[in-house]
Every structure is written in C-alpha cells, then in structure tokens.
Design a protein around this ligand. Structure first.
Ligand SMILES: Cc1cc2nc3c(=O)[nH]c(=O)nc-3n(C[C@H](O)[C@H](O)[C@H](O)COP(=O)(O)O)c2cc1C
Length: 210
C-alpha cells in the first residue's frame, strides 16, 4: 500500500450536512480524477440463512425524498442478490476510488423502485442490452456459452425492429442509507474516517479511529 498523501485533512466542518450530497461530491472528484467506472460499487447482501455474498453493480443516481432518499441500481430481481433482498432488505455498499485514495461505505435497506422508474431506465439502455436483460436468467447455471448465445440470438430476432417490454423480473432498487462513512487515506495509516448515522430528524457525524 502506498503512503496516502494527496488528500488535505478531512474535518466534519468540510462535509455537506446531507451525506448523499457529500457522496455526489466525491463521485464527481473520482470521475474528474479519471476513474473509468467511478460509479462501480460493491453490494453485499445476506441470504435467508444469514450468509453474506457481494458483487459489483453500477450506481445509477438517487431516488426518493427525505430519509427514504437513496442510491439506485438496476438488476434482475430473480438473481441471487434479488432473492437475498426479498428475504432480507439489509445491504452494505462500498465504493473504492484508488485515484483519489477514498472510499465510502453505506449500510441501509433496499426497496424496489417504482415500476415506472425502472421502465424509464430500462428503455434508456441500448436495444441490444434490453434484449440481453430479457435473455439472461441471471445467476442460474447455464449449460454452455453456446446455449446462452443461441437464446440471445433468438431473442434478438424476436425483438428486431420493435420495442422490448420491461420484464417482470427486472428493475431497480433504492438503498436508503442508515449510516454512511467517508474514508480517505492519510499519511502513516492515520486515515480520516467520518461517519454519518441517523439520529432523530437529522444526521450525527462522528470521527472513527482509523
Ligand atoms: C463494473 C461492473 C458493473 C456491473 N454492474 C452491474 C449492474 O449494474 N447490475 C447487475 O445486475 N450486475 C452488474 N454487474 C455484474 C454483477 O457483479 C454480478 O455478476 C451479477 O449482478 C450477478 O450477481 P448475483 O448472482 O450475486 O445476483 C457488474 C459487474 C461489474 C464488474
């Protein structure tokens, strides 16, 4: 690990009162620093037996109001993560931006987005990606790559020249945060960690030991 040196000290007074506005600032910084996928975040879920699993998805903006406002991502509702979330809505999210030596951790609850929001996003994607989403039984075992390619070719032919309806099994989630931690690397392993957690009508920000 390098000695992290590029960040000026991070103090509570530097943070936006709203953790999601602060997150947007850091996302903008990561994008400006040339990260290829600054919106890539790890999503950890637990299954009905309490066993965790994690994978990366792309953050697709905020949705909702007040404490229900949260981070959105889109996926297959019948996937492993979708099944986990149906049994237990608690999730943890992690961003890591090496170019700016920063990370954000979020804990919260996931809820499905309204269908019209998923519809709007789904239809904003390229036609072939829409067909791909319809084709993939995400997380299921598939016999071979050829079997998948063949199913995709059939669906491409089926939908050639026409719109792809949003499948029931596909859509977005919104993760409304209960805690949001901003971490940035500092010299000598004495990193800055500032965590927002909900208290009453607002957010309490505390510094954590690195
Ligand atoms: C950079 C990157 C971005 C990804 N974005 C998404 C996404 O937005 N939605 C999604 O369902 N999967 C996305 N994936 C694939 C997931 O990591 C994962 O393979 C898939 O969602 C199946 O996970 P599951 O079986 O745990 O449900 C992405 C993978 C990478 C590496």
């Amino acid at each position: 690990m390098p000695q992290y040196t590029q960040n000026p000290p991070l103090d509570i007074a530097d943070l936006d009162a709203d953790p999601l506005a602060q997150l947007q600032r850091w996302l903008d910084d990561a994008g400006a620093a040339g990260m290829i996928e600054p919106t890539a975040m790890t999503v950890a879920t637990v299954d009905a037996q309490g066993r965790p699993s994690a994978r990366i998805v792309l953050f697709k903006g905020f949705h909702g109001e007040g404490f229900e406002r949260g981070l959105t991502f889109f996926t297959n509702y019948d996937s492993r993560k979708g099944r986990d979330l149906a049994a237990n809505p608690h999730v943890a999210l992690v961003f890591w931006w090496d170019k700016v030596e920063r990370s954000v951790r979020i804990e919260g609850r996931a809820a499905k987005l309204p269908r019209e929001v998923s519809e709007r996003y789904f239809h904003s994607r390229p036609h072939d990606s829409q067909v791909g989403a319809v084709t993939s039984r995400q997380s299921a075992v598939v016999r071979s790559r050829e079997a998948l390619d063949q199913r995709y070719a059939e669906q491409l032919a089926h939908y050639e020249g026409r719109g792809v309806p949003l499948p029931e099994f596909w859509g977005g989630y919104r993760v409304a945060p209960e805690a949001v931690e901003f971490w940035q690397g500092r010299h000598g392993r004495l990193h800055d960690r500032l965590r927002y957690r909900r208290e009453g009508d607002g957010w309490l920000v505390e510094r954590l030991e690195p």
